[in-house]
Design a protein around this ligand. Structure first.
Ligand code: ZN
Length: 566
């Protein structure tokens, strides 16, 4: 088996690509039958796969070692080349949508194929190319401002990332100091964060207007590829969260308070779930990977075969090293049919998430690639993509003893608690962005005030004590999606609601549920969100009453556990 380190990388020649796109477009126009147009669609696919292969390899090799001069150069190349790819896609969309054989082609590829290109055409036009570069710059400024963030903590200078474990410390004084220091950074740089966000809101509004939208909201929905629900459906969904989930979360918060024995918990107490500390894996990175291998053996069938492939080709880079980029993700290398998992293990339960959540994404794309003819159908929209990852977190529940040993139940309890508590938080982030982009003239202060009001509605337990910055609505500065991926956040909650249904199904019939899960993964992005749900017989989260039905069994599970012993 060829290992990732031996995968070939070749930077595409820009003029060649340009010529090939021109040829493809001409060939499509000339093609005088559905079959010959179909052939051209395939060559466009091949070209996309080729480019995607090179860009993925370059991205990974740079991320695992940002000091590598060769790949740093390649990264600069791709930063410039990537925006051009959007314009190729729009050009192809134009000829495709004008096809005389649309009926025949949609019989083969599905009408959704055309829907996808219709959206593609709506969200891009040369008139916003410069604005998009500017948008990327502002987003990079945000990331940089957070990445360079350092604060004074216990007499030492420490990065925002390194302070994380202290923010969950079992010692309340340490926890308090760490959280004050952490949010202090955002408070000290309020003018900078305001400037970046205000710039982004104005810029995105301007782009939306140029493209003929009323405001940025629908443009953002289109960018997310949402084709079968709209802001009204999402508002109804948030209403269900407010009415059916918020009261349950309030009860969970009371339980947490009793468990921790804190009379009046404040904002810095919420992340600590147990006085004995949050559950962590009981061994080092090698041990975690070894047990991950065991887990996939036990899961068996197609999951085992997939894991053999991942290991055989060495498609993981999970150890934290100097010079390695922060964070984690799963990407794909089409010409090798290979997913790749990138992570930075840090000794917390998130290390295990890499083997469940990221591996869920990898399993999906691995299967969709083998099942779907078109690379356009490789990945679904994010609302559906997070179902694969979040459901894998649940499907692997029976094996959590491998990582947490005697704390496995504690892990499961905290995982489930987090899933329920997460829904109102996600609704907060989403509603806030609707308010912001529907009212782009709001001042930064007015935006913060709006954020705090929405928080009070969905997260009534929050008490910021004497922290004026947070009380004035500054918390959202730390939520990077608000800056870099507008309107993405609700997708996590939609997927969570679906993953909870997989959890329930898997407790009733494990084998059958794994099979349905695999079917859903194979469908990849060949259908829009609500149609994908039908494949797995999942309830539509936008329909009134479905959220209540979904969370009930989870709440029952949590109530049956004697959490005071944990
Ligand atoms: Zn994910």
């Amino acid at each position: 088996m060829k290992k990732f380190e031996n995968f070939d990388y070749k930077r595409p020649n820009v003029e060649d690509v340009q010529d090939r796109v021109d040829e493809i477009i001409e060939a499509f126009k000339r093609a005088d039958s559905a079959e010959s147009q179909s052939k051209v669609i395939k060559s466009f696919n091949e070209l996309s796969d080729e480019i995607y292969t090179a860009s993925s390899i370059a991205e990974i090799r740079y991320d695992v070692n940002t000091a590598d001069e060769f790949y740093a150069g390649e990264k600069s190349f791709w930063d410039e080349f990537n925006p051009k790819l959007a314009s190729y896609k729009t050009r192809f969309a134009e000829v495709l949508l004008a096809s005389k054989y649309r009926k025949e082609l949609s019989d083969v590829y599905g009408e959704y194929f055309f829907t996808k290109y219709e959206i593609e055409k709506k969200i891009f036009d040369d008139s916003i190319a410069e604005d998009m570069i500017e948008e990327n710059k502002l987003v990079s400024e945000y990331h940089k401002l957070v990445a360079i963030g350092k604060v004074q903590f216990q007499g030492k200078e420490i990065t925002l990332n390194d302070i994380t474990p202290y923010r969950e410390s079992v010692d309340r004084e340490i926890r308090k100091e760490a959280n004050e220091a952490y949010f202090g950074y955002f408070a000290d740089n309020v003018a900078e964060f305001d400037k970046i966000y205000d710039g982004l809101v104005k810029l995105r509004t301007k782009m939306a207007k140029k493209l003929g939208y009323d405001n940025f909201v629908q443009m953002a929905y289109d960018r997310m590829g949402r084709s079968d629900y709209n802001p009204k459906d999402v508002a109804e969904y948030r209403r269900q969260i407010l009415e059916d989930v918020v009261p349950e979360v309030n009860k969970l918060r009371i339980k947490q308070k009793e468990r921790l024995g804190i009379e009046n918990p404040l904002y810095y107490d919420y992340n600590l779930k147990f006085l004995s500390g949050n559950p962590a894996p009981k061994g080092d990175s090698d041990w975690i990977m070894k047990n991950g291998r065991l887990m996939y053996d036990k899961l068996g069938g197609e999951l085992k075969a997939f894991y053999d492939f991942m290991e055989g080709h060495e498609l993981f880079d999970v150890l934290s090293r100097e010079g390695k980029k922060a964070g984690g993700y799963c990407t794909f290398i089409p010409e090798y049919g290979a997913p790749f998992i990138f992570a930075n293990f840090n000794g917390t339960q998130h290390d295990v998430d890499v083997l469940t959540h990221e591996a869920g994404h990898a399993f999906q794309v691995y299967n969709a690639f083998r099942e779907q003819e078109l690379s356009d159908y490789l990945w679904p929209t994010m609302d559906a993509a997070e179902i694969h990852s979040m459901s894998m977190e649940f499907l692997s529940w029976p094996y959590m003893d491998l990582f947490f040993e005697e704390d496995a139940e504690k892990y499961r309890f905290s995982h489930m608690t987090h899933c329920i508590e997460f829904l109102p938080y996600g609704a907060t982030i989403d509603e806030f962005q609707h308010v912001v982009y529907e009212n782009p003239e709001l001042s930064p202060e007015e935006r913060r005030r709006a954020f705090r009001e929405i928080e009070k509605k969905y997260l009534p337990h929050i008490d910021y004590g004497d922290n004026e910055f947070l009380e004035s609505g500054g918390f959202f500065f730390r939520q990077l999606h608000i800056f870099s991926m507008p309107f993405y956040y609700i997708d996590y909650t939609l997927a969570q609601v679906c993953a909870l249904q997989f959890w329930k199904k898997s407790r009733e019939d494990r084998e059958k549920t794994l099979q349905i899960y695999t079917e859903l993964c194979k469908a990849g992005g060949s259908k829009p969100f609500l149609s994908l749900l039908k494949i797995a017989d999942l309830k539509n989260p936008f329909e009134s009453g479905n959220i209540k039905l979904t969370i009930e069994p989870a709440i029952k599970y949590l109530n049956e556990i004697d959490d005071k012993k944990m």
